[in-house]
Write a protein that binds this ligand. Structure first.
Ligand code: NAP
Length: 248
């Protein structure tokens, strides 16, 4: 359970703060999410593919205490020991190759935007399959983007985000008993990935946590009203289709 206060969010039956790990931590939304979780008293792990030390400042300009861990796409299993202690894993890393369509750009998009997140999802589910009842249900938040259902004017970005969105719908059928899965469907916000985004990353991060506090698993933050209608219908349609045509 999350709380909109400077108090520590408490685990059920425990006084320990939630441990939250966020990939793409040095990016615009990664840093904004770290700030938003810090305000809620979470213990933070910044997962970054960069080797540069990450400093994120709070509203008072003070550095936020966090553990920084390096990881690389393809080496997800190296995070296993660190992920054992994590309560909420936010899969937020992403790349946009815009107009490219080379072999390398295709591989990068699929690996970063879809396959690495899928592997981390499976690893996290495996690690938390037998969590003690005293700990809250482990959560994975997956940042897929409204490119799951809308044009993003970047074909490889759309293909890779749609693949991740569909894999998430498929695997959630088996993983939901182990994990609470939340899907983040975001509209355009300003970052290195999208320099002309309409929204600010901190606004988006605050909205994400607010909707999570309302108990939503499908978290939509976008100025486009169509997405609020189409995304629930899309996930419902996939749920039915995958359930009918596949077995556990
Ligand atoms: N900006 C938008 O309009 C928008 C809209 C909807 C969804 N999103 C999604 O939001 C997420 C965050 O994006 P952002 O807009 O905040 O962009 P960003 O500032 O560029 O952050 C993305 C981060 O992903 C990580 N990353 C990039 N390439 C990687 C690689 N090869 N391997 C591992 N990590 C890599 C990097 O963080 P590290 O260096 O710390 O690893 C990078 O800073 C992405 O999944 C994006 O698709 C963005």
């Amino acid at each position: 359970m999350l709380m909109e206060t400077s108090e520590r969010p408490m685990e059920a039956g425990s006084s320990a703060p939630l441990c939250v790990a966020i990939t793409g931590a040095s990016g615009a939304l990664g840093q904004a999410l770290l700030r938003a979780w810090h305000r809620r008293g979470a213990r933070l792990i910044a997962l970054t593919s960069s080797s540069n030390p990450l400093e994120v400042l709070d509203a008072a300009g003070q550095p936020i205490a966090m553990e920084q861990l390096s990881w690389q796409v393809g080496a997800e299993r190296e995070l296993a020991a660190a992920l054992m202690a994590v309560d909420v894993l936010v899969l937020n890393h992403g790349v946009n190759v815009h107009g490219q369509r080379s072999t390398e750009a295709t591989s990068l998009s699929l690996e970063v935007n879809a396959l690495s997140s899928w592997r981390l999802l499976e690893l996290f589910a495996e690690l938390h399959a037998h969590r003690p009842a005293s700990r809250p249900k482990a959560e994975v938040w997956v940042n897929t983007s409204e490119a799951e259902i809308e044009p993003a004017f970047s074909p490889l970005y759309e293909i890779s985000k749609r693949l991740m969105g569909q894999l998430l719908s498929l695997r959630a059928l088996d993983l939901a008993p182990t994990l609470r899965i939340r899907r983040l469907v975001l509209g355009p916000f300003r970052s290195a990935l999208n320099t002309v985004g309409l929204m600010g990353p901190q606004f988006v991060a605050d909205q994400i946590l607010r909707q999570a506090e309302f108990g939503l698993n499908l978290i939509v933050v976008t100025p486009n009203p169509l997405v609020y209608v189409l995304m629930p219908l899309t996930t419902l349609g996939r749920w039915l289709y995958f359930r009918l045509l596949t077995r556990a």
